[in-house]
Design a protein around this ligand. Structure first.
Ligand SMILES: C[S@@+](CC[C@H](N)C(=O)[O-])C[C@H]1O[C@@H](n2cnc3c(N)ncnc32)[C@H](O)[C@@H]1O
Length: 236
């Protein structure tokens, strides 16, 4: 993974609770959008699953679902495997390289593809190819639900996103009585709207929605947005 290192994985695990704006709300938004009944049997693939928090939340809400959690970082896979161990064979964790194509067929027949804060590592063209690959492989009842950074299109919206992200991180650190986490967030220049990093290639929300529609998703929407982060997706 040229753009993401084990150092990034370690930093993210340390600060995620404050560095992700309204992380709990973002996660529960995705869980509440799952288009299946609580006890339905269905198959989930998570792209860039990190320490497995989203996969664990989905499996907790859907006791008959299974998940394949994919991530390129060995330490993240180790953390995800530990978190998902109580789910037994309902959860599998595997390595993948988001930018390659060799894992695409793992999504064949899946009912739900989810991803949180990972797809912005792809450039615009690769995101479009990936959306088409997902739409082509999902089951007929399938959905793609994504949480990610969104590219602001105007200096005013970039300023708003940057300010809201800093404010949210400071408030969340305060609520946890852990001001040192905000210091780490600031020292790591994690606010990409204030400190752009060439490894991060967020796209405009409007483009995501058009690409999803062109890929073959029928109902395409943005469901939630705050501090330059959005939950968006499409239903077949
Ligand atoms: C910001 S973390 C998000 C983790 C988790 N989804 C969450 O929301 O907490 C980004 C994750 O994407 C993974 N990642 C980044 N680039 C990747 C790539 N090219 N291939 C595979 N995984 C990648 C990282 O290892 C990391 O776990």
């Amino acid at each position: 993974m040229p753009d993401w290192t084990e150092h990034d994985s370690a930093t993210y695990r340390d600060i995620a609770a404050i560095a992700v704006p309204r992380r709990h709300e973002m996660t529960t938004t995705i869980v509440s959008l799952v288009p299946f009944a609580a006890d339905d049997r269905f198959r989930i693939v998570e792209l860039g699953s990190g320490d497995g928090m989203l996969s664990a939340a989905l499996l907790a809400a859907h006791p008959n679902a299974t998940v394949l959690a994919l991530d390129g970082s060995a330490s993240m896979r180790e953390a995800a495997a530990a978190r998902l161990a109580p789910c037994g064979d309902r959860a599998r964790v595997r390595a993948f390289d988001l930018a390659s194509l060799d894992w695409w067929d793992l999504m064949h027949g899946a009912d739900l593809v989810v991803s949180s804060l990972c797809l912005h590592h792809l450039n615009d063209a690769k995101k479009q190819y990936l959306y088409k690959a997902i739409a082509d492989r999902l089951s007929a009842r399938g959905a793609l639900l994504v949480a990610d950074l969104i590219e602001p299109l105007h200096p005013a919206s970039r300023r708003l996103a940057a300010n809201e992200w800093d404010r949210s991180a400071r408030e969340q650190a305060g609520a946890l009585e852990a001001p040192q986490l905000f210091t780490r967030f600031a020292d790591a220049k994690w606010n990409q709207f204030r400190f752009p990093d060439p490894a991060d290639r967020p796209s405009a929300l409007f483009h995501h929605l058009v690409w999803l529609k062109h890929a073959g998703f029928e109902a395409v929407e943005c469901f939630w947005m705050f501090a330059g982060h959005a939950v968006y997706g499409g239903f077949k």
